[in-house]
Design a binder for this molecule. Structure first.
Ligand code: 8YV
Length: 325
């Protein structure tokens, strides 16, 4: 009805940018705060027309979306949206938006940081200093170096390109594998991941999560990467067969790994925690105040565009606009 604020479900914390941006224009309903979430959906489900999502543990699947018969738009925080069944949404006239671009450089910075930490053992060396071991002797020379390494990028999207630019500046050779060759990208392209793994000594994983990429870094790929091989994953834990990786690290089938993401975050397998030759980050690729605020703002702006009857700013490919209703 003209003049009435539309009802929007917030699946996420009351972050200041989200609430400050949305509250003046829409009526917010706070899903995570409901004591009984099922009863809460029963009470508000019929009037919810959009959902803002900033919490990936609650899967936005067909069953969940079906509970909101008037749902038109889902504005999700993060460039990855594997917690949402976007295909189902697209087939049911629901537009899904994500937060691309604003995090590219931040995640690419993290990628280089994680790569350097893993290759040069900086976290281990720092632990050595704090443990008071330096007076007894130097930290051992590292066997691995970035010099003469070839990085095989698994994925060459927006963030992949930002990582590759940085690697070039470091004088590191870059090649890549993705579903299709990327137009305008001059790096050598490998149609088959295992072939690339055989030719390189470093894999940098930055593909979307979800069924299409599940376990693509498997035992065969790790064996092809070989004993000098280093695996860096900033994508999703689901992309790597975690038990196969643990076995490859234990048996020294590969040299080391730097991981920002895991299969069951925030749980990290005990075997990985106990290994000193891996570097483990708590999924912090994009996590600076300024970048997270930019991502929150894009969640807000997509909802505000929808509330004003305008096209979404950043719809995902599975959900065409205008939606098919
Ligand atoms: C966030 C991310 O940490 O954008 C993504 O896809 O993985 C990260 O930037 C994640 O979305 C937090 O929920």
């Amino acid at each position: 009805m003209a003049g009435e604020k539309p009802d929007v479900l917030l699946v996420g914390q009351r972050k200041p940018v989200l609430v400050g941006g949305l509250d003046p224009k829409v009526t917010l309903h706070y899903f995570l705060e409901a004591k009984d979430r099922d009863a809460f959906i029963k009470s508000v489900g019929d009037k919810i027309r959009a959902i803002a999502v900033a919490y990936t543990e609650n899967k936005i699947d067909a069953d969940f979306m079906q509970r909101f018969p008037k749902l038109e738009q889902i504005s999700s925080f993060g460039v990855g949206y594997d917690h949402i069944d976007a295909k189902w949404a697209g087939a049911h006239g629901i537009v899904v938006t994500n937060t691309p671009e604003v995090l590219n450089e931040e995640v690419a910075d993290t990628a280089l940081g994680l790569l350097l930490c893993t290759v040069r053992e900086f976290p281990q060396a720092e632990r050595f200093v704090r443990a008071g071991k330096w007076p007894q002797g130097q930290y051992p020379l590292t066997k691995a170096t970035l010099r003469n390494r070839t990085v095989g990028m698994v994925g060459m999207g927006r963030i992949g390109k930002a990582i590759a630019r940085r690697l070039e500046a470091f004088g590191v050779l870059v090649v890549y594998h993705s579903r299709n060759p990327q137009p305008g990208v001059a790096y050598k392209y490998y149609p088959k991941l295992v072939d690339m793994a055989r030719d390189v000594d470093t894999l940098m994983v930055i593909v979307p999560g979800g069924a299409a990429t599940a376990n693509m870094i498997n035992a065969e790929v790790l064996a092809a990467l070989g004993p000098n091989g280093i695996l860096i994953n900033l994508a999703r834990g689901s992309v790597v067969d975690e038990p196969a990786l643990i076995a490859a690290l234990k048996n020294r089938t590969i040299y080391s790994a730097g991981l920002d993401v895991f299969a069951k975050e925030p749980q990290i397998p005990k075997e990985l925690l106990e290994m000193d030759h891996v570097v483990l980050f708590p999924h912090l690729g994009s996590s600076t105040e300024v970048t997270r605020a930019a991502m929150d703002q894009l969640v807000v702006d997509n909802i505000l565009a929808w509330a004003a009857g305008k096209p979404p700013l950043t719809p995902v490919p599975e959900t065409p606009y205008p939606p098919k209703r």
